[in-house]
Design a protein. Structure first.
Length: 154
């Protein structure tokens, strides 16, 4: 079935299959690197001051002797101040940009056209009556005899 294929063609197909099979591994590696925490973070030292005040009060002691009775008591108050500096490392976090929108209203004058009706004079040619007499030629009927033909013989 594959006798017609050359060994070089089969080798190329195997290498191509290996390359295609490793593409998902590369994609997973890039995703893992992008989600990994940043190890190049600069630690920021934080100074913590702790003040400790210690007070020592001596308890009274009673000394008895058989000679005259003398009661002695000693009260001593000693205060000691101790300063303890503690350095803790805080990883540096760069500030993030947070955009904010501030609405600033501005007054803008927008001219609008206003139509004003202005009457304009209109001239109309109106004929004026005149007292000019008009003559009309009216024909008057006249009594003129007209000749008629009468047929003979009849």
């Amino acid at each position: 079935m594959y006798e017609t294929e050359s060994p070089q063609t089969r080798r190329r197909m195997r290498i191509l299959a290996v390359i295609i099979a490793t593409i998902p591994c590369y994609c997973i590696g890039f995703i893992a690197l992008s989600l990994a925490p940043d190890t190049r973070v600069t630690p920021t030292p934080t100074v913590t001051i702790t003040i400790t005040i210690t007070s020592t009060v001596a308890t009274p002691s009673v000394t008895a002797s058989f000679t005259p009775l003398v009661v002695t008591s000693t009260i001593t108050s000693t205060s000691t101040q101790t300063v303890t500096l503690t350095a803790s490392l805080t990883p540096f976090q760069p500030s993030t940009f947070t955009p904010t929108f501030t609405h600033t209203p501005t007054n803008t004058v927008t001219p609008t056209p206003t139509f004003t009706n202005t009457p304009t004079p209109t001239f109309t040619n109106t004929p004026t009556p005149s007292n000019t007499p008009t003559f009309t030629n009216t024909p008057t009927p006249s009594n003129t005899p007209t000749p008629t033909l009468t047929p003979l013989g009849g």
